[in-house]
Structures are given as structure tokens and as C-alpha cells.
Ligand binder design. Sequence first.
Ligand SMILES: C[S@@+](CC[C@H](N)C(=O)[O-])C[C@H]1O[C@@H](n2cnc3c(N)ncnc32)[C@H](O)[C@@H]1O
Length: 358
Amino acid sequence: MKQKLKKLGIQLNKKIPIDEFLEKTLYEPNSGYYNNRMPFGNRGDFVTSPTISNLFSEIIGIWIISTWEKLEKPKIFNLIELGPGDGSLIKILFETFRKFPEFNKAVKIFLYEKSNLLRSIQKNKLKNKNIKWIESFSQIKKGPVIFIGNEFFDAIPIKQFSQKNRKISEKCYMVSNQGLKETYKKASPKDISWIRSFKALKKQNFIEYPKLGFIELDKIVKKISRHSGGILLIDYGYLIPFNENTLQAVMKNKKVKMNNLLNFIGKADITYLVNFKLLKEYFKKKNLKVENIVTQKFFLEKMGILKRAEILERNMDDQQKNNMFLILKRLLHKDLMGELFKVIFAFKSKKSNFLGFN
Ligand SMILES: C[S@@+](CC[C@H](N)C(=O)[O-])C[C@H]1O[C@@H](n2cnc3c(N)ncnc32)[C@H](O)[C@@H]1O
């Protein structure tokens, strides 16, 4: 265990803020979770909508094309996928876009990926495709920008705080020979002033603050403000803040107890539930407009997923139809991804009422 912690850069008997601990366990360039295994699929640790079904990705493709039309068909249109995972979404987007030649000519595709392992998996899957992997958004020079992130934001480590009588302390982990302990330290004045600046975090005695996520979004918002366009985020999350620790670890498609975390570091994915009320407030502060936040079910149904499934089913045998039923259930059922996942679109444009939200 000591060897593993050393590889991840985690020191014994030292308080480490939650986000720094997670950053090391998930993204350390050699031994971090996202750099040491293929996490996706039934044989991996978890499934995501694009890895469940091409149908989801096709519908996202249609939304992207409808957004381009709404923006009056710009001749150059930049699409940036944030955290493309195993490349499933972008692979289907490519096939969908080919059926729309005018759009296909305008779209320039960029992938933004932090994990070296996943980047090489994407490069392998998307060989000979006209795609650019970027490390900085300054590599995009002109034209509106549309950012898409499915389960991107919940994969960026968060900070956690407790608040008692207006005193805010930051939650940390400390690893010792006895195991992993939760502990607290004084919060920094900068973090306190950020937390206090958000209405969505008021009156909470347990606070989750996506500082690293907002640092990523700051770069994206800057790009959108300069070139116009927007960002579509789809994530597991909530609208009414509920004052609780939402961190969860998953391995082999099963939840792992957080108090057992030390046994699973580098082996389990650790995410949290996104606070969409906070996200909306953040975008508004940055002068972006926000469409209604809707559930994944609402969004996909408005975008015509049921009609599309009906068309596909015309050429299917009973077994394939049954599979389609199970896929739709997984994506749309209220107790599954349908209502647990939310969709937000924040944008800078004179247009509004983008498809899928009203
Ligand atoms: C939960 S996975 C989702 C993958 C994919 N979007 C899907 O739905 O199947 C999170 C993805 O975001 C990437 N990621 C996390 N933080 C990132 C960051 N700061 N910059 C770029 N990619 C990041 C991960 O490496 C991974 O590809």
C-alpha cells in the first residue's frame, strides 16, 4: 500500500484537501485510475450513455446540427468534445454528420482529453478521421464554438467544506498506518469568499465546491464569450441542494463504500453529483444565457429519440427490439438515467429557444 501511495504522490500523515487527493488517485499520469485501465463498458467499471447505445450519440448529433442551423449555418463551426472517454460519442457523430454534407463541410472537430491512456484509445478508435486533439482552446482560431461534455464535469474533483456558525472549514483526507481518516483544516480566505459569492451555497452546513471544474469552465466561457456559441453539459446531478456528501466510488459496475476507499484507490472511479443550481448561477455570473435545465429524458424525447427508435425497429428482429426496449429504459426511465441525469445549455448568442429544452 505504501508503495502505491508513493506512486500516486500521496504522503503519509499529511492533511490533503479532497480535490487534491482525488486528482492524484484519478489522474496521476502513470498510476491514476484514468491512466491505468479502460474504465468503460459492461466489463469495465461503469457505463455511460454513449457506451450504452449509438442512439444516444445520434440524438446528440442531431442536436448539434440543429444548433448550427439556429446560428444561421456559420461556414466554420467548431465542435469540442470535453473528456471523450473511449471515443464512442464522437465516432457516431462522425457517421451522423456525413449524412448532412453542408454541415459536414462546416464542422471542425476537436477533442479535449486529460488522460494519456484514453487519448491513445481515442486515437486508435478514430484513426484517419479529421480530428484534432487539443490541450488549449487557443488552438481554435475563428468561428462559433460548441462544447459538449457527457459526464465530464462530475469527473473533475471537488472540494468539500463544513460550515458551523458561519465558520467554514475544508474537509481533508489523511492517510496513516491506521488507514484513511477524514479531518478538517481552516479554509483559505479565497475559497471562503468564492463560496460566499454563490447564493446556491448559502445556508448549507455541508458544501461541495467544484473549484477545479470552475477553473476548466473559466477557460471555456472565455472562448464562448469571444467567439459566440455555447456549452452543453449532461451529468448525474440535482437541482435542489441537499447538504450532503455526494462523492461516490464505482468499481466493476458496483458502488464501493467510501470508508473502504483506501483499498480501491487507483482501481475505482470516484465522482460526485453535480449541483446544477450552482452551475446555472456560475454561468449567469459569467454573462452567459442558460436554457431551462431539463432531465435527460425530457431532452432526448424532445429531440425525437422515440421516433428514431421506432424507425430503427422496423428492420429489427424480436431480440433486437427487446434490446432497444432495454436501452430506452436505461436512458429514459425516471429511476435510471432518465431523471437522475440533467442537461444544461449555457450560451452567448442573440438566438434562444435551442431545441431540446422547451
Ligand atoms: C466519466 S468519463 C466520461 C467519458 C465520456 N464522455 C462518456 O460519456 O463516455 C470522464 C472523461 O473526462 C476526462 N476528463 C476529466 N477531467 C478532465 C479535464 N480536466 N480535462 C480534460 N478531460 C478530462 C476523463 O479522462 C474522461 O475521458
